[in-house]
Design a protein around this ligand. Structure first.
Ligand code: WTA
Length: 635
C-alpha cells in the first residue's frame, strides 16, 4: 500500500495509525517515493518544542523547482501547468505548458541573478494575480532567494513595513492591476512605500495595464526586455533541506506582522502530499483555487502543491462579481474545472445573489469542492453543496494556517464522510489535542477546548523572521510542549473536529486575518482620538465585521462625526489596507477597563454582537457605569 495516495476510509485509519506510531518512517517513505533529491537526508526529524527547534530531512539537498518543473518536462512538457483566466472575460485565457513555464522561470531566474540577487537574499513580490506572479516565486526558489509575497491589496505603509522587516533587496511589481472594472496603480503604491525602504536596490516592473508610470532612474526597470534577452535555462541552486524557501507575513494579535519562515524540504513534502490526498487529484483534472497568491492558500495550493503533482492550476486575475455574479461559474464551465477551492465569504456573497447566476452554467465537470479561511456556517455549506456541487461533489472543509504551511485537518473526498461545518479528521502525521484552561489535555469525545498540535509535521513554520523569541512565546508557551494554534475547536462523538474560531485578538474578516492592535494603532494616530478598541461582530457575508469603540480627546471639539468616521477609516486604509476598515464606529466617553488597566474586549464583543443581556462577570471593572453608557449609545 502506498502511503502517498489514500483511497478508502479503512486505508486512512490504517495509514493514520502508522503515521502516529512511527512518524519518521511514515514521512521518510513519502519523501523517498515522490521527489527528486540531489542528496538524501541523514536524519528525518530533529525537534524540541521548548526551544523551539524543528528540522526535517537534515542533510538532504534539493531544489523545489526541479520537483515542480524539470522532472515533468519529459512526461508532461506539453501539459498546461498554469491556466490563466484574465480579469476581462473577453481577453483570451492563456495555457502555459510545463515547458513554457520552465523556460519563463529560468529566464526570470537569470534576470534576478544578473541584478545581483543571490541565495538567501530577500525579494519582495507585489504583483496582481497574473502568470508573472507564479513565475516570480519559482524564479526566486530556483536561485535560492527567499520570496516574500505581499498581497497587492495592502497599502504602501503595510508594504514598506514588510519590506523593511526582512530587508528585501528587490521588489517585483507591475505598472498596475485590474480588479473588476477598476484598475489600481500598484507602482504608485510601491514608489510611496520605497521612500521608507533603504535596503531596496532595484525594482522590476511587469507591464500589465499599460499605464504611464514614474520609473526611478537607476532603480526601476521594465522586466520584459530583460526577460526577452535572458537564457531559457538556469541551473538550480542546490539548497539544504532547512534553507528558507519563503517568508509570508500574517497578523498577530499584537504588534507588527509576523514574517513566518517556511523552509524547503519539509514544506515540499507536506504540500505535495496534502494536495494529492485532500483533493484526490488525478490527471487530467483541472484544479482551481480562487485565493490570491498573496496568502498562504495561494502559495501552497495554487503554486507549489499543484505543480509538485504535475497538475493544471487555474490562476484567476479578477473578482467573483465581474462582469456579474456568475463569473466563477462561467469559468468552471468554460474550462471544465474539476476542483474548486474557495472561501466561505465568497460563497456567502454569491449565495445572496439570484440563483440563476449559478444555474445557467453547466457545472457537471466538478468533482471536489473546497472551503478554507474561516469556519463555514451551515447555510453556506448547504448552498455550496446543493447549488454548486449538486449534492454529488464532496466538500472538503480544510482547516490550517499560514503557520502550518499546509492543510492539517480536512475530510478526504470520497473517503471521509463529510458533516456540515466540520473539518472532520486530521491528516496522517497530524496529532491534534484539545486543551483546557488549566493546560491539561482533554481526552475523549464530545469535548471542546483550545486546539494544539502535539507533534511536528514537515511544513510547520520554523521561526518568525528576525524574532525567534516571539515565535516561541506566541506558539509554544501557552501549552507546554505543544504548538498552540490560537483557535478553539470541538470534537464530536465520533472524533470529528469542528473549528469554532479564534480565541485570541485576531479577527477574521472575509477570510483575512486582522490583528486588533495594528488597527487600533492606526486609529489612535488620528489627532482627535485618545484611545480605541476594536472587536468583531457577526456579519452575514464577511463572517465578521469590525466594530470600533473610539474615545475622543475632546468631544466638544468634534462637530461632524460622520466626517470623523470617514477620516478614521481613511487612516486605517492608508496604514493597513481597505480590508481593515471598520463597519461601525461608536464614539464613547470611556472604555471598560479592569483595575489593572486592561480593556475588557469580552464585554465590547457582546455589546457589538447585541448580546447585552448576559455580559458575564463584570466585577473586575474599574467603572461599570461606562458599560451602561456604551450600551445606551450602541449603533
Ligand atoms: C481560520 C488560512 C475554520 C482559523 C489557510 C485559522 C479556519 C486562521 C479554517 C488561519 C476552516 C482557516 N475552518 N477556521 N476550514 N481555515 N481558518 O493564516 O482561525 O490566513 O487559525 O491561513 O483561519 O488563517 P490564515
Amino acid at each position: 500500500m502506498s502511503n502517498y495516495h489514500i483511497k478508502t476510509f479503512e486505508e486512512y485509519f490504517h495509514i493514520y495509525r502508522k503515521s502516529v506510531r512511527e512518524p519518521e518512517n511514515f514521512w521518510e517513505e513519502v519523501a523517498e517515493e515522490h521527489f527528486v533529491w540531489r542528496k538524501r537526508w541523514d536524519n528525518v526529524l530533529r525537534w524540541d518544542f521548548s526551544k523551539p527547534e524543528i528540522a526535517w530531512f537534515e542533510g538532504a539537498q534539493l531544489n523545489i523547482t526541479e520537483n515542480c518543473l524539470d522532472r515533468h518536462l519529459r512526461t508532461r512538457g506539453d501539459k498546461t501547468a498554469i491556466l490563466f483566466e484574465p480579469n476581462n472575460p473577453n481577453e483570451p485565457a492563456q495555457h502555459i505548458t510545463y515547458t513554457e513555464l520552465y523556460e519563463r522561470v529560468c529566464k526570470m531566474a537569470n534576470v534576478l541573478k544578473a541584478k545581483g540577487i543571490k541565495k538567501g537574499d530577500r525579494v519582495c513580490i507585489y504583483l496582481p494575480m497574473i502568470p508573472e506572479l507564479s513565475v516570480a516565486l519559482l524564479a526566486c526558489a530556483r536561485i535560492g532567494a527567499i520570496h516574500s509575497v505581499v498581497f497587492a491589496g495592502f497599502s504602501s505603509t503595510a508594504l514598506s513595513t514588510r519590506i523593511n522587516d526582512s530587508s528585501c533587496k528587490m521588489v517585483i511589481t507591475s505598472d498596475g492591476s485590474y480588479r473588476g472594472n477598476k484598475s489600481i496603480d500598484l507602482k504608485g503604491i510601491v514608489d510611496e512605500a520605497l521612500e521608507q525602504c533603504p535596503t531596496v536596490e532595484s525594482v522590476l516592473v511587469v507591464n500589465r495595464v499599460g499605464s504611464s508610470i514614474h520609473m526611478e532612474q537607476g532603480r526601476d526597470e521594465w522586466i520584459q526586455p530583460l526577460l526577452d534577452a535572458a537564457q531559457p535555462h538556469c541551473e538550480p541552486e542546490v539548497m539544504e533541506a532547512e534553507d528558507p524557501l519563503f517568508i509570508l507575513y500574517t497578523s498577530g494579535s499584537t504588534g507588527k506582522p509576523k514574517g513566518m519562515v517556511h523552509t524547503t524540504a519539509g514544506y515540499m513534502v507536506f504540500i505535495a502530499y496534502t494536495f494529492k490526498n485532500i483533493f484526490q487529484y488525478r490527471e487530467p483534472d483541472i484544479f482551481w483555487c480562487t485565493a490570491d497568491i498573496g496568502w498562504i492558500t495561494g502559495h501552497s495550493y495554487i503554486v507549489y502543491g499543484p505543480l509538485l503533482n504535475g497538475a493544471t492550476s487555474v490562476l484567476f486575475e479578477g473578482v467573483p462579481s465581474y462582469p456579474d455574479f456568475g463569473r466563477f461559474w462561467e469559468i468552471v464551465e468554460k474550462h471544465s474545472i474539476t476542483h474548486f477551492y474557495t472561501a466561505p465569504t465568497a460563497i456567502r456573497a454569491l449565495a445572496k445573489e439570484d440563483l440563476n447566476y449559478v444555474e445557467k452554467y453547466n457545472l457537471s465537470s466538478l468533482k471536489v469542492l473546497g472551503s478554507v479561511g474561516e469556519p463555514i456556517n451551515e447555510e453556506a455549506w448547504h448552498w455550496y453543496n446543493d447549488h454548486v456541487g449538486k449534492k454529488k461533489s464532496p466538500i472538503v472543509d480544510t482547516w490550517w494556517q499560514t503557520e502550518t504551511g499546509g492543510i492539517l485537518i480536512s475530510p478526504i473526498p470520497y473517503v471521509t464522510p463529510t458533516k456540515p461545518t466540520y473539518a472532520t479528521l486530521p491528516l496522517p502525521g497530524i496529532q491534534p489535542a484539545l486543551m483546557d484552561e488549566n493546560g491539561q489535555e482533554i481526552k475523549g469525545n464530545q469535548v471542546d477546548g483550545r486546539l494544539c498540535v502535539k507533534f511536528p509535521w514537515p511544513s510547520m513554520a520554523r521561526t518568525i523572521w528576525g524574532d525567534h523569541e516571539r515565535y516561541r512565546t506566541t506558539y509554544f508557551t501557552a501549552f507546554e510542549g505543544k504548538y498552540f494554534t490560537g483557535d478553539g475547536a470541538l470534537r464530536d462523538e465520533v472524533g470529528y473536529y469542528r473549528i469554532t474560531g479564534r480565541v485570541d485578538d485576531v479577527i477574521i474578516v472575509s477570510g483575512h486575518n486582522l490583528g486588533t492592535a495594528p488597527i487600533e494603532d492606526a486609529i489612535n494616530e488620528h489627532p482627535a482620538v485618545a484611545e480605541s478598541a476594536i472587536v468583531g461582530f457577526p456579519h452575514d457575508v464577511k463572517g465578521n465585521a469590525l466594530y470600533g469603540f473610539v474615545m475622543l480627546k475632546d468631544v466638544g471639539e468634534v462637530r461632524d462625526r460622520d466626517n470623523l468616521r470617514k477620516e478614521i477609516n481613511q487612516q486605517i486604509s492608508d496604514r493597513i489596507g481597505p480590508i481593515a476598515k471598520l463597519d461601525k464606529i461608536q464614539f464613547v466617553e470611556g472604555l471598560p477597563k479592569t483595575r489593572s488597566g486592561k480593556i475588557m474586549r469580552r464585554i465590547l464583543r457582546k455589546i457589538a454582537g447585541n448580546e447585552t443581556e448576559n455580559l458575564g462577570d463584570t466585577s473586575t471593572l474599574l467603572d461599570p457605569e461606562v458599560v451602561q453608557q456604551i450600551i445606551k449609545d450602541r449603533l
